[in-house]
Design a protein around this ligand. Structure first.
Ligand SMILES: Cc1ncc(COP(=O)(O)O)c(C=O)c1O
Length: 405
């Protein structure tokens, strides 16, 4: 349509959001659907955080706040960075807050990318990175991280991907969609490469920082290599750890020139996220963190259940991830096989379509994350639903014809 800007032609709607819409439609039609597509915890926002929001409302904190967020919130964020990551950021100039982690990334890319600037994105990637880069007129450069390297980018791959046009490297650990996470040593090895390329900036997306298992030690790159601090934007948010996806708040720490530029983008678009959300987020960051551990225990049990059951499905193999609440199983063993209706499973998109139509299990195809043939399951849902979903997936796989030999 000529009325719509050409820039929109470069991007597509988020595939995970599209799936959420499709699931709602099927459920409205009365279909029994188990949705494993959405990346949000299934527990409620902790009560003390809600109470802080109510108090803020009653105290009349209902007006505009500074563009970067209230100083009280930025101070809480600075304390968090210092306490948990050993990073010092000045709350006055080196921290800003946006309308979700997604929006903070968007502001950073809009503030820094000129046409042709390259952004290195390890694949599989979170669905929104490439499209946000494209919307900001940059060029995504994908680095395929195979299952053999634990879905992680190696230093050699990073070195090979960098060019004089590289502006950013995005590092998401633990990862959406694979749950894979970089150890301190692995981050250090990537940092060593970046030290040799002083024009390149790095954006660690630490949204799943707290969701790690089996004693895995989370670290972020500016902590591992302080010499990179002046070209690192450390990104985080309250959505996942505090189950605040609907409240819309993400934050970051970085050099003041970058933060100032991001604040200009923000001042001419959303102004700031809700004042009430900011009060709730400050309470979240400063308040008790004791619910994290029981939630992680539950997530770990679910991870083990899903990995175990999927590895019993004919044609599926599933790596056990270090963190987040996703698994990224390979469906290589079902490709080329026929469904009972005679349809050939040509790729991972055909496979997830078959799972949805035949068994009412909704998950996302690996193609959406840039590495096939895989699919993503979010196990942030009830244990009973997960067990039933895995049973259905096993049944769907067992119903496929064997490949011709
Ligand atoms: C890796 C990653 N980064 C950022 C985000 C954005 O989070 P928010 O809901 O705070 O915008 C998500 C959400 O799914 C994510 O998985």
């Amino acid at each position: 349509m000529p009325f719509i800007a050409r820039r929109l032609g470069r991007i597509k709607p988020s595939p995970t959001n599209v799936l959420t819409g499709k699931v709602a439609e099927l459920k409205a039609q009365g279909r029994d659907i188990i949705a494993l597509g959405a990346g949000e915890p299934d527990f409620d926002t902790p009560q003390h955080i809600k109470d802080a929001a109510v108090r803020a409302l009653q105290a009349g904190e209902t007006k505009y706040t500074p563009i970067a967020g209230t100083l009280k919130l930025r101070q809480a964020i600075a304390r968090k960075f210092e306490r948990e990551n050993g990073l010092e950021y000045d709350p006055a100039t080196e921290i800003t807050v946006g309308c979700g982690g997604k929006h903070v990334i968007f502001n950073a890319l809009m503030a820094t990318l000129d046409p042709g600037d390259e952004v290195v994105i390890p694949a599989p990637y979170w669905v929104s990175y490439p499209d946000m880069v494209l919307l900001a007129e940059g060029t995504p450069v994908f680095v395929e991280c195979s299952e053999q390297t634990g879905f992680l980018m190696t230093p050699e791959q990073l070195e090979a991907a960098l060019t004089p046009k590289t502006k950013w490297v995005i590092l998401n650990s633990p990862s959406n969609p694979t749950g894979a996470a970089y150890s301190r040593q692995q981050l250090k090895a990537l940092a060593d490469v970046l030290l040799r390329h002083p024009h390149v900036w790095v954006m660690p997306d630490d949204m799943y920082e707290h969701v790690v298992y089996d004693g895995f030690e989370f670290t972020t790159i500016a902590q591992v290599e302080p010499r990179l601090r002046e070209r690192t934007l450390t990104l985080n948010g309250v959505s996942k750890v505090y189950s605040m996806t609907g409240w819309r708040l993400g934050y970051c720490g970085g050099p003041k020139e970058l933060i100032a530029a991001m604040n200009i983008v923000q001042s001419q678009s959303i102004t700031h996220t809700s004042s009430i959300t900011q009060a709730a987020a400050a309470a979240a960051l400063d308040g008790p963190q004791d619910f994290v551990e029981p939630h992680n225990r539950l997530f770990r049990e679910r991870r083990d259940l899903v990995v175990g059951m999927l590895n019993e499905a004919d044609g599926i193999t599933c790596r056990k991830p270090e963190g987040a609440f996703y698994v990224y199983p390979s469906c290589a063993g079902v490709i080329g096989r026929k469904t009972p209706d005679g349809m050939v499973i040509a790729d991972d998109t055909a496979f997830v379509t078959y799972l949805l139509e035949a068994e009412g299990v909704a998950c996302v195809q690996g193609a959406a994350f840039g590495l096939s043939p895989y699919f993503r399951i979010s196990y942030a849902t009830s244990t009973e639903a997960l067990e039933e979903a895995c049973r259905r997936i096993r049944r769907a796989c067992a119903a496929l014809g064997q490949p011709r030999t």
